[in-house]
Ligand binder design. Structure first.
Ligand code: ATP
Ligand code: MG
Length: 628
């Protein structure tokens, strides 16, 4: 069998198959560019070995598409390896496999093996492995310094001073000084430039000084100078921090390419070339394609040209690691989290609060809620004491209920969709416990409820009850509004966690809304609902919320009585029994709303706890794939 021996990798035997039938050519070993470790020292470094990485995905016609085809090789700490190849050749898939982040839809063959300095993958490695995704994953609503500080507070143990020092060190290293206090931005929010944002993502991953760092196209979209700065920083890190870095890269400039020690070139999921990045690679591609890299060409451009023109079709370098696959005594010591649970909750809450402040607690939102509240309130100005004024009071209670259902549920419904990429990133590097996130996110709804819902409903309350209200009633109303809002916030989180496919979130919520409202007791009193369906009212939090608001309006701190209409529908107004007045208890009985106020509070608290527990259970299922 023809053999290709690559210099500097003495523990490997490279076997090249030219499956296209082209003559295999032995390529003389040459010094790779930028190698910082002599061949003899490679064994002393921590080694990442991967063998026969093979994976496929299902395709619509029921077949399989191979997206990784037996990739074998190794990388070392204090070396930077480039992964190149045309778009769709499998670079992201390869890096994801190394970083244990493959999508569950990708089926990896059982023969695939990866050794991280002598260890198979285990959750203990999570904090030793960093991954910079192809698409930037960061927090648009934070400034560069805030984002790094929050990451340091979650990922680093030690004092605040030590963390702040690490943050400043990274800001300097990544040359982010000029934009350190600018919003990161993204989407509709104007922020730092694309290159700066990419450097923030890299800095975030570097905070905990991982041993293995996988960077998926860290330089795409950047000018060549910025790209060079990034790769130079990574190169420095390999030496200073003893890291093993593997980077996929598109069209590197000659200076950028010169920074790489090794090259893994992929084509259609196959490894076409694996070895030194310098002259060895050029010689290999010349031999394999029977052509010569033109003198004025940048070698990586020429490699890519060969791939895009199909000149590498069928070429597959089978690399056999003949010894020391599990070399090294690397010990991933970080088994727990960097900071205690309470601190994780506090940091995530504070981070979400920054987002809420920028997104929701703004003058347009304040105005919107006050105006909506006032418009609704004007409907009820001038409520009187006649029987005909009872139904408007029922409507006010329903109005309060609607606000407490709609605002909180809509506020939280897309929380996991919005947070999905940052949450995934945090959980994959074990930055915090999933329960810490769940608690913090549930709590983070409170300020929005506290401010927006109150502005709206207090406006309505004041216009409606300026004549009848009392302080006792007002404060009980606030507590009820907050409690009912919280339970529906919790229910919304439960739905958000339960529905796995975001496309069905709105559909599920609309059906839930209709059920909540239909069986709340507003449209049809419970006594008029088919007995077989009354359990729907009993388990419906909206029915307790409605009863609670109704009772607060009629009974807390006030005791209005209403004069009977001539053709009254109230029993108490019958000629025989009538005292000519309808009491609050008569009204509650008439509308089947006589569940005691304490029972309503207790039922709502119980339902809050139930939704919270079920929500967390579903959430845990949802993120289970990121916890392994
Ligand atoms: N989860 C998946 N489901 C279906 N196909 C997938 C999946 N993941 C990867 N693929 C397919 O595998 C191939 C390799 O994808 P990958 O993202 O690894 O390519 P890439 O080299 O990173 O491309 P680019 O340079 O455009 O980022 C592509 O054809 C892609 O469509
Ligand atoms: Mg990619």
């Amino acid at each position: 069998m023809p053999k290709l021996i690559a210099s500097g990798l003495s523990s490997m035997e490279f076997t090249q198959h030219l499956e296209s039938g082209k003559d295999p050519l032995a390529v003389p070993g040459g010094a790779g560019s930028g190698t910082k470790l002599a061949a003899g020292n490679l064994e002393a470094s921590v080694k990442l070995s991967f063998s026969n990485l093979t994976a496929h995905v299902g395709i619509p016609n029921g077949g399989k598409k191979v997206i990784m085809d037996g990739i074998t090789g190794s990388a070392h700490t204090r070396q930077v390896m480039a992964v190149m190849g045309a778009t769709g050749c499998g670079k992201t898939t390869f890096l994801s496999a190394l970083g244990n982040r493959l999508d569950p839809s990708v089926a990896v063959s059982d023969s695939s093996q990866i050794s991280y300095g002598g260890q198979a993958w285990s959750p203990a490695l999570k904090r030793r492995v960093g991954f910079i995704e192809q698409d930037d994953v960061t927090f648009p609503h934070l400034t560069v310094r805030q984002a790094l500080t929050f990451a340091a507070r979650l990922r680093l143990s030690g004092t605040d001073e030590q963390r702040a020092q690490r943050v400043e060190e990274l800001i300097g290293q990544m040359k982010l000084e000029k934009c350190a206090d600018a919003l990161i931005g993204g989407g509709m929010l104007r922020g730092v430039s694309g290159g700066e944002r990419k450097r923030v993502c890299i800095a975030t991953e570097l905070i905990s000084k991982p041993t293995f760092l996988f960077c998926d196209e860290p330089t795409s979209g950047l000018d060549s100078e910025t790209a060079l700065v990034i790769i130079e920083v990574l190169q420095e890190l390999t030496c200073d921090a003893g890291m093993c870095i593997i980077c996929s890269i598109h069209q590197p400039s000659s200076q950028v390419y010169a920074q790489f020690d090794d090259l893994c070139f992929l084509d259609g999921g196959r490894c076409v070339y694996f070895g030194k990045a310098g002259e060895t690679a050029i010689s290999f591609f010349s031999a394999a394609t029977k052509s010569v890299c033109p003198a004025k060409y940048n070698p990586p451009d020429w490699f890519m040209e060969q791939a895009v023109r199909g000149n590498l079709a069928g070429i597959k370098m089978d690399v056999e690691i003949t010894s020391n696959f599990h070399v090294g005594s690397f010990e991933a010591q970080d088994r727990g989290f960097a900071v205690p649970f309470g601190e994780q909750v506090a940091v995530i809450f504070a981070r979400s609060w920054e987002k809420t402040k920028v997104q929701k607690l703004t003058t347009p939102f304040y105005l919107q809620n006050i105006i909506i509240g006032l418009v609704m309130g004007t409907l009820f100005i001038g409520l009187g004491d006649d029987e005909s004024d009872i139904f408007p009071r029922v409507s006010v209670a329903f109005n309060f209920l609607m606000g407490a259902i709609y605002l909180p549920i809509m506020e939280v419904l897309f929380v996991f969709v919005e947070d999905s990429s940052t949450l995934r990133k945090d959980l994959l590097v074990k930055a915090h416990h999933p329960f810490a996130y769940f608690v913090a996110r549930t709590l983070s709804v409170a300020p929005v409820l506290g401010v927006l819902l109150m502005l709206m409903k207090v406006s309505t309350y004041i216009l409606t009850f300026y004549k009848y209200g009392s302080f006792e009633q007002f404060f009980t109303f606030l507590a009820a509004q907050f409690l009912v809002g919280s339970i529906f916030g919790s229910l919304g989180i439960c739905v958000a966690a339960f529905v796995q496919n975001p496309a069905y979130l709105m559909t599920t919520t609309m059906i839930l809304f209709v059920w909540l409202i239909s069986f709340s007791g507003f449209f049809v009193p419970t006594s008029s609902i088919m007995p077989a369906l009354r359990w729907m009212v009993a388990i419906n939090p909206a029915s307790y919320g409605f009863a609670l608001f109704f009772q607060v309006i009629l009974k807390v701190g006030v005791a209005p009585s209403f004069s009977c209409d001539e053709l009254s529908s109230f029993k108490t107004c019958d000629a025989v029994n009538s005292n000519g007045k309808i009491t609050p208890d008569d009204v509650l009985e008439h509308y089947s709303m006589d569940t005691p106020i304490e029972t309503c509070f207790a039922a709502l608290l119980g339902m809050f706890a139930f939704c919270f527990a079920i929500g967390y259970y579903c959430f845990k299922q949802k993120v289970a794939k990121w916890l392994q």
